[in-house]
Design a protein around this ligand. Structure first.
Ligand code: HEM
Ligand SMILES: *[C@@H]1O[C@H](CO)[C@@H](O)[C@H](O)[C@H]1NC(C)=O
Ligand SMILES: *[C@@H]1O[C@H](CO)[C@@H](O)[C@H](O)[C@H]1NC(C)=O
Ligand SMILES: *[C@@H]1O[C@H](CO)[C@@H](O)[C@H](O)[C@H]1NC(C)=O
Ligand SMILES: CC(=O)N[C@H]1CO[C@H](CO)[C@@H](O)[C@@H]1O
Length: 331
């Protein structure tokens, strides 16, 4: 090998090391403009109709996108149903009860897209979930943003692939930061996402936080960072040995809208999960929480940047993906 070639190969391989996930290079805005030009309006209309039927569509869809992207990438693997021989991602114990309305949003939007002859089987389920997620954020009063598209649907979905990839509500800042970093997201990305997604909307089952109100440590049965009034309210909603199906609003004040309340709640010790509260109590993240709380623009920019990065995780291309005809079944 000549010296020049050698240097070339060296440069190329270090590029590959620096950018191991080249697959996202194919993503772009308006990806479908010559393929299915109205796709974004079609998906938005179908999503809006679903939200009018039931507002729990909003948190359900948002969380589905997050879980899809964090396990095997944003490739709609979370939508696959288990079959006789395979237990799919959605049936892992850590699926933490993903809401059926999130799945239904994608099914309805896919049907609306496929009803247009030129669009039939041209738009991936992964992209439909990405668009619907952007739409529910906006419908709940969050920022609107342009989405990058061009993902293909993944070819595998196994419960085994979920283990250890999703954050847990009792994690500390180091654990959370490491888990997001493994997906290319910074601590600021994590804080922005946590504010808008987790957890100003939606519900949590009591068992996700009962340790904080009944069995925190030897010295303290209750987590001392928890606001006592809020803790009493949670104990009332979630008595010991409560029915595991019982769920509570994650934002005690304004559960239906995206707003600044998440940060105000944290400042008053009203973060439902340890993973929420540590963002404020840990000195390595409280500065970021504060600046996002005080500047809506800073927050909005950070959120859009974080959602865009979230959407780039593990994107599939024609070598390892396709466009599913039915989002819940491999072709
Ligand atoms: C920071 C680490 C995170 C942890 C530890 C976490 C944990 C949880 C837990 C335990 C629940 C309650 C599940 C249940 O009991 O039914 C939940 C719900 C939810 N999470 Fe997260 N989550 C995190 C990040 C995120 C992010 C980044 C998003 C959005 C991009 C998100 C979106 C949601 C939504 C929307 C719900 C409500 C679902 C519903 O009501 O159907 N979460 N999360
Ligand atoms: C979306 O809905 C609007 C308002 O209902 C309607 O005017 C428009 O034709 C719909 N667009 C598509 C592409 O479905
Ligand atoms: C409380 O926590 C301890 C360990 O921290 C555990 O051994 C015990 O089973 C827990 N009790 C309940 C009721 O969850
Ligand atoms: C962050 O937390 C540290 C330690 O608790 C505290 O000294 C500092 O003032 C806090 N900073 C902000 C901006 O809240
Ligand atoms: C732990 C948990 O919530 N498991 C649920 C996973 O999803 C299936 C349905 O797809 C539920 O039956 C499980 O209860």
């Amino acid at each position: 090998m000549g010296r020049a070639t050698f240097i070339h190969v060296l440069a190329l391989s270090s590029l590959l090391i620096l950018f191991p996930t080249q697959a996202f290079a194919q993503l772009k805005q308006n990806y479908y403009e010559n393929i299915c030009p109205d796709v974004e309006t079609i998906v938005r209309n179908a999503t809006a109709a679903k939200v009018r039927q039931t507002s729990v569509t909003i948190p359900g869809t948002l969380r589905l996108f997050f879980h899809d992207c964090f396990t095997q990438g944003c490739d709609a693997s979370v939508l696959i149903a288990s079959s006789g021989s395979n237990t799919a991602e959605k049936d892992h114990l850590d699926n933490l009860s993903l809401a059926g309305d999130g799945f239904d949003t994608v099914i309805k939007a896919k049907a609306a897209v496929d009803a247009v002859p030129g669009c039939r089987n041209k738009v991936s389920c992964a992209d439909i979930l990405t668009m619907a997620t952007r739409d529910v954020v906006m419908m709940a009063g969050g920022p609107s943003y342009a989405v990058e598209l061009g993902r293909l649907d993944g070819l595998s979905s196994t419960a085994a692939s979920v283990g250890g990839k999703l954050p847990k509500p009792n994690m500390n800042l180091d654990q959370l930061t490491a888990m997001f970093a493994a997906n290319g997201l910074t601590q600021a990305d994590m804080i922005a996402l946590s504010r808008l997604c987790a957890h100003t909307l939606g519900f949590s089952h009591c068992n996700q936080f009962t340790n904080r109100i009944y069995n925190f440590s030897k010295q303290n049965p209750m987590d001392p960072t928890l606001n006592p009034t809020y803790a009493a309210q949670l104990q009332q909603q979630c008595p010991k040995n409560v029915d595991p199906r019982i769920a509570v609003n994650m934002d005690p004040n304004t559960p239906r809208t995206f707003d600044n309340m998440y940060f105000k709640n944290l400042q008053q010790g009203k973060g439902l999960f340890t993973s929420d509260q540590v963002l404020f109590t840990d000195s390595r993240s409280n500065q970021t929480v504060r600046s996002m709380a005080s500047s809506p623009q800073a927050f909005s920019d950070a959120f859009v940047a974080a959602m865009t990065k979230l959407g780039r995780i593990g994107v599939k291309n024609s070598q390892n993906g396709n466009i599913r005809r039915d989002c819940s079944v491999f072709n």
